[in-house]
Design a protein around this ligand. Sequence first.
Ligand code: NIG
Ligand code: FE
Length: 425
Amino acid sequence: MTEPKTAIDLLVHGASEVATPEGRAARGGARFGPLRIVKNGAIAIHQGRIVEVGDGDDLLRRFDATTKLDAQGGTVVPGLIDAHTHPVFDGTREGEFEQRLAGATYVEIAAAGGGIASSLRGVREASHEVLVANLMVRLDRFLALGTTTVEAKSGYGLSLEDELKCLEVIAEANRLHPVDLVPTFLGAHDVPPEFRGRKDEYVQLVVDEMLPAVAERGLARYCDVFTEAHTFDLDDTRRVLHAARDLGFGLRLHVDQLTSFGGAELAAELGAASADHLEHVSPAGIEALAGANVVPVLCPVVPLFLRESQEAPGRAMVQGGLAPALATDFNPGSCYLQSLFEVLSWGALRYGFGPGEALTAATLNAAASLDRADTVGTLEPGKVADLVVTDLPNHRHLVYELGRSPVRAVVKDGQVVLDASMPVR
Ligand code: NIG
Ligand code: FE
């Protein structure tokens, strides 16, 4: 007698490979690369969660699915997780891109009133509704490009009212859109024009008014600071992030991006969840991050986009035991790019990350940096069913192919939310 089949909501089958990192914590050092690869793989999903990952013939025999999604010989991977974005803005900055093509630097453009100040004008003038509509379009693109969780920073408002506006926009889009947003308060992104020459007073405003207001409304999970020679120094950063930590925020930092003055060491000292950029990190900074279990969030397209020559030492970080994440840093100024699949290739080309390493960085390690590795970042029983069906014949194409989206279908919370080319049967 044949066993009765188990009823489930969704079976994804027909994958040349299911490729996934494994575990519920960031993987670094020698454990950074290895994936579980299931040939002819399938994934059984019920009530939004993964029930089993295994051989397709076996799972088709044992499960009776309401919906079957045929991967048609493509590779299936976890939904990608973008651990660093600035997606709330109105208006783009292509003029600055062209200024850099003509030789200007990011810092020169900022000093002349462009840069973050330019996006600040756009955000302050835009209504809540316009900013939500903008963000919804960007979330559609993230989803279409295979990204299912996005860390989203404020940071172009830089007044109490405008920072709250940005975070409320993130909260509303999070309610409306299948993509999951993890909100970060970045009030210390730059000193706004009305506080020019009065940086200390602005830091005081962030600490005394903005942080408590954000905390009281529950609008952000993390607090971030742009620690840089032309923005906030180590002491400013300490003031903001000590206050943030006392209010219960997790900490993230933009550090060692354009200059080096101990930003990574500070991230370690503060016990931050992530230290981001790190192009100019020192060997001592790498050691400090490793000692404090901080996830380095690397954004390999940013120096390319800014025409800066210094790369983050991605391989040295892994050799030092770190567990890097890869992110887009999507924003209108320093990286107008939403495709994390594209970033996988740049992580390979810039840091020498292999396909398993790049995928781990943009899934499990990114999830760990956002305190979500218990629920997302891998394809394993019990985790939320967030996955991407690609048209790639094997996982090695994840880094090998540039310049096009490999996404065929996206499953979010167990629902087929995007199906580019396949009939759902
Ligand atoms: O991550 N570094 C600071 N923030 C962004 C750039 C923001 C902007 O130029 O608008 C970044 O590169
Ligand atoms: Fe950034």
